[in-house]
Design a binder for this molecule. Structure first.
Ligand code: ATP
Ligand code: MG
Length: 283
């Protein structure tokens, strides 16, 4: 049986639980327990702090894990990234006080920089031949410049609101992150087969994200025009209707184009348009 490490509580927990649920895997909500047996898949769930997940997976305490790529990169553990998961997006950036006249990366030479990601920053500075003084601190990195602990910070940014509140501006984006499924590199064939099954379920869920299933009735003589509106559709489903002049067309449309496409289809004479949620798209 596979054992998966996930974040016990925090920013990744909710999306991780939702992904498992969408994949037909039920997990007891009780986060008091460290380990729980899942239903719907032979899986044991280990609840950890996100910082500890890369190491747990490298050591084989867990076979796989769901964690931010930022933690994977920082912990420098020997784990395999199986697939990105499309949530928990953020970036790690260098930020400096707003009133500083920023002249480029050389500005950081000889400066003190507070961060919870010293290894990622060290690698970045080495690559760019900058010698700076990296101070590792565990939390509240963003207040370090204001209290005189540092000249700049290197920290996670998602909307940028926290930086603004603390009088900082982002000047260099260093690392792009999102949550990913990671695995111990030494899994046996049996466990790898289980990981492949999970990957297949997660991929189907991700493919269907932001997609809608749309059904409509259409005059048959407008079918070619309607099909041309929906790019990437290899072969649309067209069903006959009792009225020989009409057909029923079924298509998958991206959510962000949905209303635009529907207006265009209506202009071609589409009627009785039904928009349905798409749960899985298996390619
Ligand atoms: P833990 O108690 O598990 O150590 P934490 O406080 O270190 O939790 P969270 O704040 O819950 O971590 O963030 C977990 C992950 O969520 C981050 O490592 C990162 O990958 C991702 N993330 C996405 N957006 C943000 C954000 N705005 N701030 C912090 N992390 C974010
Ligand atoms: Mg953490």
């Amino acid at each position: 049986m596979l054992r998966i490490a996930i974040q016990a509580k925090g920013r990744l927990n909710e999306d991780t639980m939702a992904l498992l649920a969408d994949a037909g895997i039920s997990v007891a909500a009780s986060k008091r327990k460290l380990v729980a047996r899942a239903g719907g898949f032979p899986l044991e769930v280990l609840y950890l702090r996100d910082d500890d997940i890369p190491q747990a997976v490298q050591m084989g305490v867990a076979d796989i894990g769901i964690v931010g790529l930022n933690e994977v990169a920082e912990k420098e553990m020997d784990v395999t990234t199986v697939m990105p998961l499309g949530f928990g997006a953020c970036r790690i950036s260098l930020a400096i006080p707003r009133d500083v006249n920023y002249t480029g990366l050389e500005w950081f030479a000889g400066r003190r920089i507070a961060t919870s990601y010293p290894r990622i920053l060290k690698r970045f500075f080495e690559k760019n031949h900058i010698q700076a003084d990296i101070h590792e601190i565990a939390g509240s990195v963003e207040i370090a410049p204001a209290v005189g602990m540092a000249d700049a910070i290197f920290d996670i940014v998602s909307s940028g609101g926290t930086l603004v509140q603390n009088g900082l501006v982002e000047v260099e984006k260093v690392f792009d992150s999102e949550a990913a499924l990671i695995a111990n590199p030494g899994l046996d064939a049996e466990k790898m087969a289980e990981v492949e099954k999970l990957k297949f379920r997660f991929t189907s869920i991700n493919n269907s994200r932001g997609m809608k299933y749309v059904l409509m009735n259409l005059p048959k003589d407008r079918l070619d025009e309607a099909v041309a509106l929906i790019p990437g559709m290899r072969s649309p489903t067209v069903l006959s209707l009792a009225d020989p002049g009409w057909c029923s067309l079924h298509v998958v449309i991206r959510e962000d184009e949905l209303w635009e496409k529907i207006e265009q289809l209506k202009a071609l004479g589409a009627e009785g348009i039904l928009v349905l949620a798409l749960e899985n798209m298996i390619r």
